[in-house]
Write a protein that binds this ligand. Structure first.
Ligand code: CAA
Length: 287
């Protein structure tokens, strides 16, 4: 299939858990990445995450040291979106707040080439709403990775009613080039996987907060009884409780389905700073 554009250099905006993982996926697959964070501290955190993750790949024999070095050298870091002026494609992975994403997209629209595709890694916000803050909504698309991005194969490609068909085709081809399996879906909160997953995760938190079962027993039941790689509370710690709350809240507001009304304990834990693995403590404690 002839692609509308060749993608060799990409931008990633936001180097949290997802953005750093996505950066690694691109760089592992030979693309040059300009990775942008809001400040030097964010850049240092993102760089640390990438070094840690690729060190692990070296320890496990998946990369040799030369390949690790080459991978890391394909990434340049910046605190300014204006450094994305020459990239072919951008994926945004900043926190799940529409106004923040809208601001980033309006700025990207100003600095990026007119033919560049602007993608969002949003988990549940409206890609359509984000896209209308640009002068190129036809080139705005969702490209949703799963955590950990270097490991999980699925990419949800979200097309809005105005996304141009060749943009969807190019993002599907890009996902395949990254060794991922793309699925194409319309713009509805939660897309496919989160719409199905988060009702289950929320239910597990409710079972835990009502002392229906211990965290260990809840997690063991789903791992050992259903063959899931992680129990629901372990998975919430991986996703991050703040991210999980935002996803549930957005889906609840869109559908009014009580299944997605965030369990009160989630908010309490977030207020207390227990966000999961990234803060060292969530339902479990981490070193
Ligand atoms: N970053 C990079 N690589 C990682 C990783 C991480 N955070 N965690 C594990 N890995 C790699 C390991 O290096 C290892 O790689 P190799 O096979 O190449 O050696 C591989 O993953 C397996 O790791 P482990 O043997 O240490 O552990 P495991 O077999 O228990 O797998 C897991 C760990 C991949 C996280 C697995 O438990 C799993 O798939 N859990 C479910 C994760 C899940 O459901 N994610 C979706 C969350 S929802 C979401 O992301 C959507 C959203 O919008 C929030």
């Amino acid at each position: 299939m002839a692609l509308a554009r060749e993608i060799t250099t990409v931008g990633v905006v936001g180097l949290g858990t997802m953005g750093a993982g996505i950066t690694e996926v691109f760089a592992r697959n030979g693309l040059r990445v300009v990775a942008v964070e809001a400040d030097a501290e964010g850049v240092a955190r993102g760089r640390g995450h990438l070094e840690h993750s690729t060190d692990r790949a070296v320890r496990r024999g998946k990369l040799n040291e030369g390949e690790q070095r080459a991978l890391l050298e394909r990434i340049s870091y910046s605190t300014s979106l204006s450094d994305l002026a020459d990239v072919d494609f951008v994926v945004e992975a900043v926190p799940e707040r529409t106004e923040l994403k809208a601001k980033v997209f309006a700025e990207l629209d100003k600095v990026c080439r007119p033919d560049a595709i602007l993608a969002s890694n949003t988990s549940s916000l409206s890609v359509t709403e984000i896209g209308v803050h640009t002068g190129r909504p036809g080139k705005v698309v969702g490209m949703h990775f799963f955590n950990p991005a270097p490991v999980l194969k699925l990419v949800e490609v979200v097309r809005t009613v105005v996304t141009e068909p060749d943009v969807v085709e190019d993002v599907v081809a890009l996902a395949e080039r990254l060794g991922k399996v793309p699925v194409v879906i319309g713009d509805r909160a939660g897309f496919i996987a989160n719409a199905l997953l988060f009702g289950y995760l929320n239910h597990a938190v409710r079972m835990y907060e009502t002392h229906y079962a211990t965290r260990e027993d809840l997690d063991a039941a789903m791992r050992l009884g259903c063959g899931y790689p992680m129990g629901p509370l372990q998975l919430l710690d991986l996703i991050g409780l703040d991210t999980a709350y935002e996803i549930l809240d957005t889906m609840y507001h869109q559908s009014r389905n009580r299944l997605h009304a965030p369990a009160p304990l989630l908010k309490q834990m977030i207020t207390a700073g227990l966000l999961g693995r990234k803060t060292g403590r969530g339902f479990y404690t981490y070193d």
